[in-house]
Design a protein. Structure first.
Lengths: 493, 149, 193
């Protein structure tokens, strides 16, 4: 007997059973057909070898809830445990999707069904008189509570020390400590400074997260930690801390990919990540374009920077203009009064000759050099330049390249969804222009709230929770820091 | 020796040829202005060594480590440093690593007795460059650099 | 039951009742992050002690090369916090001196860059240091027996036992780097040159 997801081609087989079982209360074929494709629906059937039973569930991710909408087993095949098998599959799906409660209605007179549901942990919460029409029968409303795993995640890949706690897809805490101010005088992140800061921030940030979540460490079901990519010395502090916690609590540990964590952050925003999606991650240390078909199993790097990360380019150009670190906000300030069309700076890797090998790669080095030459030339000639115009034009060039390539990816792969992540998302112009271009192209744009876009522990916890909910084996205790970890390695064994 | 480079592809190829001469414990210093092609050259070195991970500018992180056969390739950027780089602070396993340092023009004299310097001269506005290779120390005494041309 | 951890040299962990029950050491100088969890777990297993039976944690806080040192300190911090156990910070040179004798000692460990971390001891008490000295400066301490050997979790644990008896304050948990990152803040850099 096979269990698989139902599609339109199964419609007539479904309707045969539906009408036979439910008579005047059966759904129409149109209803059933549209149900199969409604977002967040999950319809499955048991085949032996033809369809003998089916069931459907709808998730309400934002409410962390799910409803069993229908379940039916052909009369001649009842009593063989098919109903239970269907329910088990529905509940597994609901659990994996982060549901904390599952609801269903059942006829008061359907003793065997009610008995099945009770054996699965459902309890009656309500009685709706004369719910079923035209029979006028009462409906028993039942609820199942699902305990989702509480996962604590640690993030220390760069200059933010993050400890986050989630319960399934629900955010419980997101404590963060940043050493950015210590780096300001060095003009950028200094790995040693960052790593020292992580060690000092560890205990207070951990304590803050537990306090914010209102839980004790004993209640945590698993520990997750970002083991790469990032600064090795910084990552090692988080790894040491996570392993200490894992041994202390005797709980499993999951070593996860920091970049994939950024995508996982979106789960905490809406209770689910809409997949597949294109993801553009832009920060000081990373500029990557990803194709995500499955958060845990199928993340592909479409392209990344071959020289400077976008955030880094902002820092360097800010420096050229005599502005302090960090460059992003400083460039923004200047650009506010500048003309983005004043100077046409080059867009890297956008020429036809580049597209064969570098269609989705980024290069900001040429842009940086062009800005440098522009500024130098003016200095040599003694002409005045408008910092505002330079900043605005530079920023425009960066955003142009980032968004053009991201939308190319959406179009080439026919995925009408774009997720933005990373600290550079703080740039309002990037967000506005992304919204404008996505609207024009019919692409759904997702930008999690800022505290989940920058490096944080909650996203690591969320990714860990996804792994736990999917029943994945935890990592061993022997993993190390991988500063150039590939996005295809979502979890290190 | 001086090598004439006509394009970014040739710069990368030079890096790949250089990779064949390098082994763990070696130190290579790259000098040249912004946009000269230091990272491009390093990318070629990485390719020649089949290094794991993409070669990217290490300005933000100061050093990027890539696994290679028999050890590591460590790509350092001293752009944000203005005094003698204390490479030990980056906890580099020198014995087992090939270390490439960008923007090393002013310092590192006296740090190691053996190294190669490559100075990239960007005098024109197009892609052509002149790369001057200078070996220093007994490690490079018997080594022929002819293959780089 | 005391769990002691040290990553000032390799990675090591040890469990103590009154005596040392187990000692696990991984001598590789570049695998602290990989080894720390396993070292602690194995030390507990070999001692047949569960983590719930621990009553205190001790950790070497240097002086030592930065990166490795932090791994052990991070693990010790999180473990002791999770179990609500007291955490004792130990200066590695003190632990080494304690294991040798009460004679006049000059204890040194490798600080890389041709320098040494050093401290002098008389009758078990530290006189000078911890400090950074060069190899040439070793001769500045006549009359002190030179001890050069690395620290480990067993020495840390033995030292803690003694120190607690003597009422030594082990509450300082700051990492001893003895050096700042040598990144001098740079002035604006000229673009070409």
């Amino acid at each position: 007997m096979d269990l698989r997801i139902l599609s339109q081609s199964d419609l007539s087989a479904i309707m045969q059973i539906e009408t036979a079982l439910f008579g005047s209360e059966a759904w129409s074929e149109e209803t059933m057909s549209s149900e199969l494709i409604t977002p967040h629906s999950y319809y499955i059937g048991v085949f032996d070898p033809s369809l003998v039973g089916y069931a459907g569930l709808r998730l309400a991710p934002a409410d962390f809830a799910a409803d069993v909408l229908t379940i039916g087993v052909a009369a001649s095949k009842q009593g063989k445990g098919i109903g239970r098998r269907l329910m088990d599959a529905l509940l597994l799906h609901a659990k994996r999707q982060g549901a904390e409660q599952v609801f269903l209605e059942v006829k008061e007179s359907n003793a065997s069904a009610i008995s099945l549901y009770k054996s699965l942990g459902f309890e009656q919460i309500d009685l709706r008189k004369r719910y079923y029409q035209p029979s006028g029968e009462n409906a028993v409303v039942m609820k199942l509570v699902i305990q989702q795993p509480i996962v604590l995640g640690i993030e220390s890949s760069c200059d933010e020390t993050g400890v986050g706690i989630v319960r399934g897809n629900r955010l419980l805490a997101n404590a963060l400590h940043s050493s950015m101010t210590e780096h300001a005088k060095y003009g950028g992140v200094v790995p040693e400074v960052a790593a020292r800061a992580h060690l000092e921030a560890l205990s207070p940030t951990l304590g803050q997260a537990l306090l914010d979540a209102g839980i004790k460490i004993e209640q945590v079901d698993a520990i997750a930690v970002a083991n790469g990519p990032g600064l090795a010395g910084a990552l090692m502090v988080g790894i040491g801390a996570a392993k200490g916690l894992a041994v202390a609590t005797n709980k499993p540990i999951y070593a996860v990919n920091h970049l994939v964590g950024h995508i996982g952050a979106d789960v905490l925003e809406k209770g689910s990540v809409e997949l597949p999606t294109i993801a553009l991650l832009v920060s000081g240390g990373h500029t990557s374009l990803l194709l995500v078909r499955d958060l845990l199993d199928d993340v592909v790097l479409l392209g990344e920077t071959i020289d400077d990360a976008a955030g880094e380019a902002f820092d360097k150009v800010a420096r050229l203009l005599g502005l302090p670190y960090p460059g992003g906000p400083q460039i923004d300030k200047q650009a506010a009064t500048g003309d983005p069309k004043a100077i046409k700076f080059p867009r890297g890797l956008m020429l036809p000759k580049d597209l064969a090998e570098h269609k989705y790669n980024f290069s900001f080095s040429g842009l940086k050099t062009a800005v440098a030459r522009y500024v130098e030339k003016a200095e040599l000639e003694g002409t005045e330049i408008s910092k505002a115009d330079v900043a605005a034009s530079f920023r425009e060039a960066v955003i142009d390249v980032l968004l053009t390539k991201a939308i190319w990816a959406c179009e080439e792969y026919k995925i009408p969804r774009l997720l933005l992540g990373g600290g550079v998302v703080a740039n309002a112009r990037l967000r506005d222009e992304a919204q404008r271009r996505c609207d024009a192209a019919g692409i759904e744009l997702r930008i999690p709230r800022f505290s989940l876009c920058t490096d944080n522990g909650a996203m690591i916890a969320a990714l860990g929770a996804q792994l736990v909910m999917a029943g994945r084996k935890p990592s061993g205790l022997g993993f190390g820091a991988e500063s150039t970890l590939s996005v295809t390695t979502i979890q290190t064994p | 020796m001086k090598i004439n480079i006509k394009s970014a592809e040739e710069m990368e190829q030079l890096g790949s040829k250089l990779a064949a001469l390098l082994s763990p414990g070696d130190l290579v210093l790259l000098a040249g202005p912004l946009g000269a092609g230091k990272t491009t050259l390093t990318r070629g070195i990485g390719r020649g060594l089949s290094a794991e991970g993409t070669i990217q500018s290490p300005t933000f992180v100061l050093a990027r480590t890539h696994r290679i056969k028999g050890g590591k390739l460590v790509h350092v950027d001293a752009y944000r440093l203005s005094s003698a780089v204390e490479l030990d602070d980056l906890d580099i396993d020198f014995e087992n690593s090939i270390v490439i340092v960008e923007w090393a023009r002013d310092f590192l004299a006296g740090y190691s007795e053996n190294y190669l310097t490559l100075e990239i001269d960007r005098s024109s506005d197009d892609e052509s460059r002149v790369v001057t290779v200078q070996p220093v120390g007994s490690r490079w005494k018997e080594v022929s650099l002819a293959s780089l041309n | 039951m005391l769990l002691s951890i040290d990553t000032s040299h390799g990675t090591s962990a040890a469990v103590f009742a009154d005596e040392c029950l187990s000692f696990v050491a991984i001598d590789d100088l570049f695998t602290h992050a990989e080894s720390i969890g396993l070292a602690i777990e194995q030390a507990l297993q070999q001692a047949d002690v569960s983590v719930e039976q621990l009553t205190a944690v001790a950790v070497g806080r240097g002086p030592a090369p930065y990166t490795g040192l932090r791994v052990g300190m991070a693990a010790a911090t999180s473990l002791s916090k999770a179990r609500s156990l007291p955490l004792y910070g130990v200066i590695t040179l003190d632990a080494i001196a304690n294991s040798i004798s009460d004679k006049d000692l000059l204890v040194v460990t490798d600080a890389k860059r041709k320098e040494l971390f050093a401290a002098t001891y008389k009758a078990g008490n530290r006189l000078l240091g911890p400090m950074l000295i060069t190899a040439e400066e070793l001769t500045n301490y006549p009359g002190f027996e030179l001890i050069q050997q690395p620290c480990n979790a067993k020495l840390i644990g033995q030292y803690v036992k003694k120190a607690l008896q003597l009422g030594v304050d082990l509450s300082d948990l700051s990492a001893l780097y003895l050096r700042s990152p040598d990144v001098t803040p740079s002035p604006g850099k000229k673009v070409s040159g």
